[in-house]
Design a protein around this ligand. Structure first.
Ligand SMILES: [Zn+2]
Length: 454
């Protein structure tokens, strides 16, 4: 059975027991079924992918993505469309190649965002191999100085993506740890779960005072090769990676369905920027399309929500959640009662999670009941982190809605050249839209307090 037939069968059962049609719960069920039967997410995602393509933070392509987003919002009937600019460091990759000296092995690599550059002709150095970030941290400086550090941590497949959380520090902090010990450069095993020769990019960062050294990720087959060579004896690598950094600009885009009672806002969205080596479909064109389509479904129903529904499409998430931070700062005086981000691909929602005031928990029981026919389970507890871009809002007290997606295959494509449209399963994309439409309608038609801080 396909996911679509499972959903259709369960919906038939669920809709036969609906209450009076003017009830907000009944409207939620109707909106859910409407979204599942047809919504604009797929055509939006096709259009964003084919007309704009990859949208590297700070690039001309990201700016075209913003123009696309504003036009899409207008077409879908959203109003109060805003573009809010903020400064960034515009990082761009240059040439990149690596080979193992004394062999015929060239390595599939990709530079990490914010990493530094080798000389144009590259650098050659012995490789110092470490199984984990902890082993690198424990190593004496003498074992690292002047070398190319290789970190061979292992990520595993998890439905909830937790292995990315556990291993993410290798990419985010590993290069800085190596730089502080005097390393010439860093190579990490990609944070990924596929075994193709596609390295996974992603951002790293260097604290003030730490030199930004060259840092690259190896495709998994290449990381395994380097690991085996290290076990045999000394390894020397010639590495070329010549990215550049310069002052740049990015922006957040938003549009609204105004509520009947002003002063309370429910935020949903995704991030517009992407990595440059793929097409930014799973990460995060899907989140952009899903949340735009959810708002469009509510708008097209003619039902006015009580609270304002605002779609926010953040810029420059990939290079350090710069858009999310700028948004939190610019909107800290606003009464954003709830915020949620779709940023984990295009596969089905399987869990609903919250972090809201106790007064908001009955709302989440309603949401869970309305999402059950879509195969979505409530996650016990009330401590969801939400997506990266809602973190700054949550820190200011906004309630958090998380519709957790199935991440089983997410890290096969994440931040690789393989992040392309053909990987999207349209039925699962539509299930996401149905879940967001339902949850946002229930939250926006409600009046119970949700914020965790005043
Ligand atoms: Zn993302």
């Amino acid at each position: 059975m396909t996911i679509r037939t499972i959903i259709a069968a369960t919906l038939a059962l669920a809709t036969s027991a609906q209450a009076a049609p003017d009830d907000r719960i009944a409207i939620a069920a109707k909106l859910r079924d409407t979204a599942l039967a047809g919504n604009p997410a797929w055509p939006l995602l096709v259009d964003l992918t084919d007309s704009v393509g990859q949208r590297l933070a700070g690039s001309e392509a990201e700016a075209r993505g913003r123009a696309w987003a504003k036009a899409a919002m207008q077409k879908l009937g959203l109003v109060n469309i805003r573009e809010e600019a903020f400064p960034i460091t515009f990082w761009q990759r240059g040439q990149e190649s690596a080979r193992v000296l004394g062999s015929n092995h060239s390595l599939a690599i990709t530079a990490l965002g914010n990493s530094g550059a080798t000389p144009a002709a590259g650098l050659t150095a012995p490789v110092a191999c470490f199984d984990t970030l902890a082993a690198l941290r424990a190593a004496p400086d003498a074992a690292v100085k002047g070398r190319i550090v290789f970190i061979d941590h292992r990520m595993t497949v998890t439905q909830d993506g937790s292995s990315y959380g556990i291993n993410g520090g290798v990419r985010r902090a590993g290069p800085a740890v190596a730089a502080q010990k005097g390393a010439a450069a860093v190579m990490i095993r990609s944070l990924g779960t596929d075994h193709h020769r596609n390295p996974h990019t992603g951002s790293t960062s260097f604290p003030a005072g730490t030199p930004a050294i060259p840092a690259v990720a190896l495709a998994l087959p290449d990381a395994e090769l380097v690991g085996r060579l290290c076990a045999r004896g000394p390894v020397q690598v010639h590495l070329v990676s010549t990215p550049t950094s310069q002052p740049g600009q990015s922006a957040n885009i938003s549009g609204e369905i105004p509520g009947s009672v002003p002063g309370e806002i429910v935020v949903l969205g995704g991030h517009l920027d992407s990595w440059d080596i793929g097409q930014g479909v799973f990460d995060d064109g899907a989140g952009v399309a899903i949340t735009l389509a959810a708002a469009a479904t509510i708008k097209a129903s003619g039902q006015q929500p009580r609270r304002t529904v605002r779609v926010v499409l953040w810029g420059s998430e990939e290079i350090g959640v710069v858009g999310g931070r700028a948004y939190g700062e610019a909107h800290k005086q606003e009464n954003i009662v709830l915020a949620g981000e779709s940023d984990f691909g295009a596969d089905r929602v399987w869990r609903v999670e919250s972090r809201v005031a106790a007064t908001g928990l009955p709302l989440f029981s309603e949401i869970a009941a309305a999402l059950a026919p879509l195969g979505v389970q409530p996650q016990p507890g009330n401590d969801s982190g939400g997506g990266a871009d809602v973190g700054p809002l949550a820190a200011l007290g906004s309630g958090v809605l998380e519709l957790a997606q199935d991440g089983t295959r997410y890290f096969d494509y994440h931040h690789t050249p393989d992040d392309t449209l053909d990987k999207v399963d349209r039925a699962q994309l539509d299930q996401n839209v149905a879940a967001w439409t339902t949850a946002i309608w229930l939250a926006a038609s409600d009046d119970r307090p949700l914020r965790t801080k005043p």
